[in-house]
Design a protein around this ligand. Structure first.
Ligand code: C5P
Length: 224
């Protein structure tokens, strides 16, 4: 199959703070974006890697990806959903694809085995996501706990999320719901089946400034 990847890196990173957006901050010796870009662009089954970046970030992105295969850059949008949609339309303009892997730049450490599992899962479903079981107790409450939630069927869903390209493009073109937190949700709204493959703690998202402290070996573990 013809497989392309799309990394969304157009967020402002406002929860992290600092003077450059988090996706361009250095973690483990290279800009965050460069980690997943390198992994995806050197994967044997993936052709083009498209990167959605914010207004005026061309220079930052080119510097961050210096020495790697030249990226296809597209302008992101005001929300993550819009950034993904812009990327998908660019892929469509370039002739489309069989499969697309959509990934957050904020998850720099991407195990190759996750990519392999996702691609394989697309043989039997229109979508696939890496996910981890919830290990903490989950409770509802205000300032006092009121109810414990059964966690046995709950998952922490990560990226990359992999899809049959035409199905996810259609889901984006016709989306009218509230702002979704991921693309799997959008495929499911069109009755597309999304398979779960094993996720990885290494894939955790960098969200807060504390995530950047002491990340020489692994990121601070934080879901969301
Ligand atoms: O803000 P959050 O951590 O949910 O963002 C997830 C990913 O989506 C990040 O890689 C961020 O750069 C990207 N994003 C985007 N365009 C936006 C907002 C977020 O590409 N407007």
């Amino acid at each position: 199959p013809h497989i392309v990847a799309l990394i969304v890196a157009a967020g402002s990173g406002s929860r992290v703070g600092g003077d450059i957006p988090k996706q361009f901050r250095v973690v483990n010796g290279r800009p965050m974006l460069a980690h997943s870009y390198a992994t995806l662009s050197k994967h044997g089954e993936i052709g083009t890697v498209v990167v959605a970046i914010g207004d005026g970030q061309d220079g930052l992105a080119k510097d961050a990806l210096d020495g790697l295969p030249t990226p296809v850059l597209v302008q992101g949008g005001l929300t993550r959903r819009e950034s993904v949609h812009h990327g998908l339309e660019e892929i469509a303009r370039q002739g489309g694809a069989d499969f697309v892997l959509i990934h957050d730049a904020a998850r720099p450490f991407l195990p190759e085995s996750v990519i392999d599992d996702l691609i394989r899962a697309l043989d039997t479903s229109a979508g696939a996501v890496p996910a981890l079981p919830v290990v903490d107790s989950l409770s509802r409450g205000d300032d006092m706990l009121s109810e414990t939630v059964d966690r046995s069927q709950l998952w922490r869903v990560q990226t990359p999320q992999a899809f049959h390209f035409d199905a996810i493009l259609d889901a984006h073109r016709s989306w009218t719901g509230e702002e979704p937190t991921d693309d799997a949700r959008m495929l499911m709204a069109k009755n597309g089946k999304v398979r779960i493959v094993p996720g990885s703690e290494r894939l955790s998202k960098f969200t807060f400034s504390t995530d950047f402290a002491g990340n020489d070996m692994t990121p601070t573990i934080r879901s969301g």
